[in-house]
Design a binder for this molecule. Sequence first.
Ligand SMILES: *[C@@H]1O[C@H](CO)[C@@H](O)[C@H](O)[C@H]1NC(C)=O
Ligand SMILES: *[C@@H]1O[C@H](CO)[C@@H](O)[C@H](O)[C@H]1NC(C)=O
Ligand SMILES: *[C@@H]1O[C@H](CO)[C@@H](O)[C@H](O)[C@H]1NC(C)=O
Ligand SMILES: *[C@@H]1O[C@H](CO)[C@@H](O)[C@H](O)[C@H]1NC(C)=O
Ligand SMILES: *[C@@H]1O[C@H](CO)[C@@H](O)[C@H](O)[C@H]1NC(C)=O
Length: 446
Amino acid sequence: MHFGNFLSLFIVNVVLSGTLVASASLDRRGYNPDLALPLYSSGRWVFNSKGETVTYVGANWPGAADVMIPEGLQYQSVSHIAGMFAEAGLNSVRLTYAIELVDQIYENHGKDVSIKTALVEALGSENGTQVYHEILKHNPSFHKDITRLEVYDAIAEELYGRGIYLHLDNHISKGMWCCSTDGNGWFNDTYFDIDNWLRGWKYMASHGKKWKALASVGLRNELRAAVSEYALPINFEVWTEYMTKAAEVVHHANSDVLIFFSGLNYDTNLHDIVYGNALSDSTNATFDIREYDFYHKAVFELHTYSSPTDCESYWSGLYNAGFASLNESDTDVANRLPVVLSEWGHSEEDSSLAYESVYSTCLHEKAVEYKFGWMLWSMIGGYYVRSGSQDNEDLWGLLAKNETVFRGVESADAIITMAKDTLASDVDEGVSASRKHIKSWDNYKA
Ligand SMILES: *[C@@H]1O[C@H](CO)[C@@H](O)[C@H](O)[C@H]1NC(C)=O
Ligand SMILES: *[C@@H]1O[C@H](CO)[C@@H](O)[C@H](O)[C@H]1NC(C)=O
Ligand SMILES: *[C@@H]1O[C@H](CO)[C@@H](O)[C@H](O)[C@H]1NC(C)=O
Ligand SMILES: *[C@@H]1O[C@H](CO)[C@@H](O)[C@H](O)[C@H]1NC(C)=O
Ligand SMILES: *[C@@H]1O[C@H](CO)[C@@H](O)[C@H](O)[C@H]1NC(C)=O
């Protein structure tokens, strides 16, 4: 840490937002408040603006369900929850949002909806009003008409003060608990309007310019089967057309951020992209990341939820799905980019013993062996509402339902150790060549 940076950041923070507490904790936590943004990708590595490698170790902070407000704030402050990321030794937050949030801003003549309105809408007037008062009680810095996006702003500011990267993920189009046949699965599915998605990204990438912690974005969480007959065919040809279009929109609006590309089938498959195979049965065209302006901003992301019994055979599936990109000696790789495991997780209750499962210990071991970034699902102990059930507890949350303490001692320790070990991993294959490849950091600004 540079004391000069710390001091000037401290002053700026006090003047701009008065978040004295957040800044004061930086030193004690040993965080470097200088995030050295923007980040770049070259080869399999992410670099900061000083040319140092950066490996994400983080957790998800969901915000894309019905109310479209980041979760947990009826129990604890933004500052406390952000502090728990730091407490766990995590350097990044994957904060999720729904495109519907932006759609509603457009419908509302450019004005975002207040959290009070959003809560009443999603939870009913009695519960919505009660949760609204709890949020204000725990977050005294929130003014009474605070909007949803202003909550995101407050989180971004808090993360910046703590030296934590913000990764903004578009989780879904219609705000709700996701998946299977929910109409958000694939391009032009019932709720997945492509133009609204691109408009949403243009809006959020521009808005994110004022978030000093914003390091990267994820274009779309877990592409999957569609329910609408109008949905486009599911293949990498369609994927390439629209994912690169969205990446161009983001890059044009905000040329600083890294752009994460997720795969097919719930983000478990990037095989044909990484290996440069034909994009579909009806074309010989292949994906080539070097053709795009955002080449040095691109990162792959994958998810894995599984219960393997053998680490090596489990890993060979993940390797084949796209982690091969991390092996500089694997010459079958055609598009080499960093790969971040942006979701994985399991029960965080100690009694589940999930922390000592093959799944968990294997990912820990491989994160160290390959030095890849990862983000746990999730940090937060519950949801305002999930699939119609209000005040819903999530046993997969690293935090207890009251968002105050870690849910399990052993479980949290496993994550803390994994973060430490990942960051301490001394893998540096290809670093100097990749670093040289980006000749001048500033030339990559559009
Ligand atoms: C209010 O929330 C509680 C859970 O906290 C739930 O049991 C109840 O059904 C909710 N009421 C309404 C009207 O949705
Ligand atoms: C998308 O779906 C709508 C119906 O919701 C349809 O009219 C339109 O043609 C579809 N777009 C494409 C590109 O197929
Ligand atoms: C793919 O390439 C092969 C060999 O050049 C050619 O015969 C075939 O017509 C091509 N297929 C398509 C869909 O372009
Ligand atoms: C990397 O790829 C090479 C060539 O395919 C292979 O021999 C080696 O085992 C791989 N290493 C790792 C760590 O995956
Ligand atoms: C929060 O929840 C945990 C786990 O249930 C409990 O041990 C702890 O006392 C609670 N803390 C507060 C301040 O309520």
